[in-house]
Structures are given as structure tokens and as C-alpha cells.
Design a protein around this ligand. Sequence first.
Ligand code: NAD
Ligand code: TDX
Length: 341
Amino acid sequence: MNILVTGGAGFIGANYVRLLLAGGEDRVVNFDLLTYAGNLENLAGCEDNPRYRFVRGDVRDRAAVRAVLADEKIEAVVHFAAESHVDRSVEGPEVFVLTNVLGTEILLEESRAAGVERFVMVSTDEVYGSLGREGLFVETTPLAPNSPYAASKAAADLMCRSFFKTFNFPVLTTRCSNNYGPYQFPEKLIPLMIANALEDKPLPVYGDGRNVRDWLYVQDHCTAIDLVLRRGRPGGIYNIGGCNEMQNITLVEMLVDRLGKSRDLITFVKDRPGHDQRYAIDASLISSELGWQPSVDFAAGLARTVDWYLANRDWWEKIRSGAYMEYYAKMYGDRGGATGP
Ligand code: NAD
Ligand code: TDX
């Protein structure tokens, strides 16, 4: 298959491109704008693979989307490209609407016109809103997004639903819980805490630190997406999760201990506005229908992740210093219109 991966230079997208190139025979075209979150170093070593091509482009740019679909004879799309950070959506929601909602709508329309046979929408569990102490999100849980990020993902997710219902366009939607692992941008909880701890900086825990997230190792998310792409039911929605709930404070303490740093670095700070209390996924549908199970348990996954950030200090130091954005500015000039860091 000729597969278009949007947002393949980001955290999950890069892990997915690597999974595709590691096996099979598919041709992979990575279509990514290289915003502050996109980093071609996430794909170091892939450039020379004859089955891989990178195209810098914006999902909001209809002509560019149309061209890449036609030029590359795309048969399937896996759509990761998005603004993905909740805190940024609180500061500036507009780009979330433009990229996540309008970008998805343009990609859907052009993919349909181009005769794309499978379209995977990488949505998120945040579309469901927040849980209390009890219960799990199932695929029929009503959507009740709380942050501008989550609202923009819910709008995109529903646009996908409408393309299936109205046009019978073969969209498949995944809603996954929090991912962690290599190449995660150091604005998100786990890499931020690792990097700050290694630099002996304060570790900012929001509110009382008791918010709960359900963590899944990124490669397990990627294998689930791949199964959905190949064997999922058109129109199907699949929850994906690690069955691994944890309070933020417990997780941060585990990281500090593993790094041999002092827990005194932990600093409780003002809470995130609209902070969702708890996410937890019931992934029994994808398990019974497609046979998916997570394969990496949390202790092993976290150890692997910490080791990766220790071994790849250059990668995140460059990002935190802004050096990699300077590099893109030099390489691409103002051709891309990337959003700033
Ligand atoms: P990320 O921020 O690391 O990467 C996003 C990528 O999209 C970047 O490479 C960026 O350059 C690209 N991009 C942004 N705007 C673009 C545009 N207009 N055109 C083309 N490319 C653009 O995000 P991530 O954490 O890898 O998340 C990927 C997807 O998975 C997102 O859709 C997110 O909503 C979803 N998701 C993430 C998680 C998680 O825990 N990180 C969980 C569930 C779902
Ligand atoms: O500095 C911090 N301190 C802190 O306490 C940061 C960055 C986060 N937090 C808390 C907020 C959340 O309860 O940690 C938890 C995780 O925060 P994030 O890493 O920002 O993730 P979250 O808001 O849960 O959203 C993530 O999972 C779902 C991804 O960023 C989304 O893209 C995905 O859809």
C-alpha cells in the first residue's frame, strides 16, 4: 500500500513511521508541516529507505494535500497531524481549530476525492471529558470535551463520523489514552519531568497531583493503529488504553526515584484550568474484535523511556535550547509557515 502518514515527524507519528518501515512492504509518505513539535531527527536513519519519503506540507493547504495524494498514488491515510498540547490550547485556541478541525476536514474531502480506501483518524480519549472515581470510557460514552484541544479533536472526530455516514467514506477512528516513550516532545508530563530532574530544575505538578491518567507505551499504540488500518471495520471507533491508571504525583515520584534525584524538586503549582480529573479506557472492543493487547508493562516501559532520554540527551537539549527551530528556519526559510515554539 501507499500510505500517507500526516504528522509523521511528531512523537507518535515518528514511532508509527518507524514501525511501518521495520516490516512489510508499504510505501510511506510522511506529510508534516514541521511546527515546533515536528522534528526530522525523530526519523534519523529513515531518510535513505527507498520506501520512505518526506514531504513538508500543511494539512490546511488544500492544493498541497491534493498534490501529495495524487503524486504519491495514496491508498491509505493515517492522520496524526495536530496541535496536541492542552496547555497551549488554553493560551491560544485558534490554531487548534484551524489545524485540528479545518485541517482534518480538508484532508477528508481531498482523500475522498482521490479515492483513498482507508482513512485512520487518530483521535484521543480526551474527547470523552473527565471521569469521576469510578467507571471507564467505552466507545459509546457521550463526547464531553473540556479543553479547547479536546473540543477541536472532538470536532474532527465527528467530522470523520459524518464522512462515513454521509458519503460512506471508509474512516476508522481510534481514541487512545496518554502515550509515553521515545521522541515525546519535552512539554508533556513525562519528558518534561525527566529533563527538568536531570537539570535539577523544579518539577511543576499541577494542583494536588491526584489527577489520574491511563498510560500506554507508544509502540503499543502504534501496533493498535496498524491493526485498525488493516483489519478494522469501516466506520468503526476503537478505544485504546494501557489499563494502567496512575496519579500524576505517583508517576513523578517514580521518575525522580529512578533518576536518583531528590523528591524536594517536586513543586506543586497552580492547577491547569479545566483540568480533567481522571481518564481510564475500556479497550475490550479492540481486544475482542482485532485481538490487540498492550505488550509493554508500565515498569518496563518507563525504564526504557528514562534510559532513552538519558541516552539521547542531545535530542532534548537541542529542542529546549531552540537550536532545532533555528535549523529549520535556515533550511526551509519561510516556506512552511510553522507555528513558533
Ligand atoms: P506531536 O505534537 O508530537 O506531533 C504533531 C505533529 O503534527 C508534528 O510533527 C507537527 O509538525 C505536525 N503538524 C502540526 N500541525 C500540522 C499541520 N497543519 N500540517 C501538517 N502537520 C502538522 O503530537 P503527538 O503526541 O505525536 O500526537 C499525534 C496525534 O495523536 C495527535 O492527533 C494527538 O491528538 C493524538 N493523540 C496523542 C496522544 C498522546 O498521548 N500524545 C494520545 C492520544 C491521541
Ligand atoms: O508540567 C506539567 N505538570 C503536570 O502536573 C504537565 C505538562 C502536566 N501535568 C499534568 C496534567 C495532566 O494531568 O500531567 C498530566 C499529563 O499532562 P500532559 O502530558 O500535558 O497530557 P494530557 O493533558 O493528559 O494530554 C495528553 O494525553 C492525551 C496528550 O498531550 C494529548 O495530546 C492526548 O490527546
